[in-house]
Design a protein around this ligand. Structure first.
Ligand SMILES: Nc1ncnc2c1ncn2[C@@H]1O[C@H](COP(=O)(O)OP(=O)(O)O)[C@@H](O)[C@H]1O
Ligand SMILES: [Mg+2]
Length: 327
């Protein structure tokens, strides 16, 4: 039985990395029992936000079938992606779930004209039938990102700005008509003045093409602006998740509250529109039980050190904190 109601179901996914030697090594928990769903008939922008090292990219790579989970599964349109073995099935999946990376200059070979990539992608995914049709497919993809084949044809990456190149990367991702884009810090290498236009592009694609987006960022201002839902990650754990307005305006988890308080602005709603960023200093989280916020939490209790908090549902959002445990 296929369940097409869900576009994506992330089910208790965990990724551990073993660092160091076989006997002396340590286990680092990059992602711990993450779970969330995205609906098939309701395109949305779902943001994963957190400081450096909180596990955002690892979670993205797990969803993209680029890393094997230690535990749990990723189900795309009813199919368990984690167990895909056949090339054909993998191609079908890759067609529908496309990544967008942080640095567009790394995504393109400096010696190759950028339109070549677009044509190659169209050929590889078998979405074109003839040369003329290829021009059309490529031009349409470029038009969805505010460019055209005429503007781009014959250009090398260095002849384009970071913002333009990131748009072209998005165009390339769109060629296979994906249903889900996974954009890992897509604007952090783009000139500040162009960031909003790229971020808006994702919103546009959702509204006009029905494409869902997992938007990964450490910048809460852009997250607030484009997201429908947000998940706050702390050292491998999703600690709070729900509608962006609710989570950021009335945070429940002490960590999300702390984030809000760290912004020196009087009005709550306006706060998140300011430039709010998570720390880019990476903290490693080695395997240990208990809440990952005990060290800084003003409400810490005994139990917080002893057992992992569960996911509690409060006012329609998820919060991983003992303060909200049913008594
Ligand atoms: N291939 C790997 N081997 C070992 N550790 C890794 C690997 N990839 C990521 N990590 C570690 O996993 C944690 C989460 O990393 P990452 O997912 O890149 O975080 P983020 O994208 O939120 O900055 C970090 O501590 C990172 O050092
Ligand atoms: Mg990352």
């Amino acid at each position: 039985m296929e369940n097409h109601e869900k576009l994506l179901a992330v089910k208790g996914i965990t990724k551990e990395f073993h660092i160091g030697g076989v006997f002396t090594g340590a286990t680092l928990t990059a992602v711990h029992e993450a779970h969330f769903d995205m609906e098939a008939d309701k395109p949305e922008i779902f943001t994963l936000a957190g400081e450096s090292g909180s596990g955002k990219s690892t979670l993205a790579r797990l969803i993209l079938h680029d890393l094997e989970p230690t535990q749990g599964s990723i189900v795309y349109e009813g199919h368990d992606v984690t167990t895909i073995k056949r090339r054909k099935e993998l191609m079908q999946f890759m067609q529908k779930v496309q990544p967008i990376f942080q640095n567009p200059f790394e995504a393109f070979n400096p010696l190759k004209k950028v339109d070549r990539y677009l044509y190659a992608t169209a050929m590889n995914f078998g979405v074109v039938k003839s040369r003329k049709n290829a021009d059309e497919v490529v031009d349409n993809a470029l038009k969805s990102v505010g460019l055209s084949l005429q503007e781009v044809r014959g250009r090398y990456p260095h002849e384009l700005s970071g913002g333009q190149l990131q748009r072209i990367a998005v165009a390339r991702a769109l060629i296979s008509q994906p249903r889900l884009l996974i954009a890992d810090e897509p604007v952090s290498m783009v000139d500040a003045s162009l960031r909003m236009s790229i971020v808006n592009l994702f919103k546009d694609l959702k509204d006009t093409h029905g494409v869902s987006v997992i938007y990964i960022t450490h910048d809460l201002a852009t997250a607030y602006y484009i997201s429908d839902r947000i998940a706050i990650m702390l050292r491998g754990n999703i600690v709070e998740m729900g509608h962006v307005e609710q989570v950021l305006s009335e945070p429940l988890h002490p960590y999300t509250k702390l984030l809000k308080e760290s912004v020196p602005e009087p009005t709550t709603k306006e706060r998140w529109r300011e430039k709010i960023q998570f720390s880019t200093f990476e903290v490693k989280e080695f395997a240990r039980v208990g809440c990952k916020f005990t060290g800084r939490c003003p409400c810490v209790m005994d139990i917080c050190h002893k057992e992992d908090p569960k996911d509690y549902v409060v006012d329609g959002r998820m919060v991983k904190c003992y303060l909200y445990a049913e008594k």
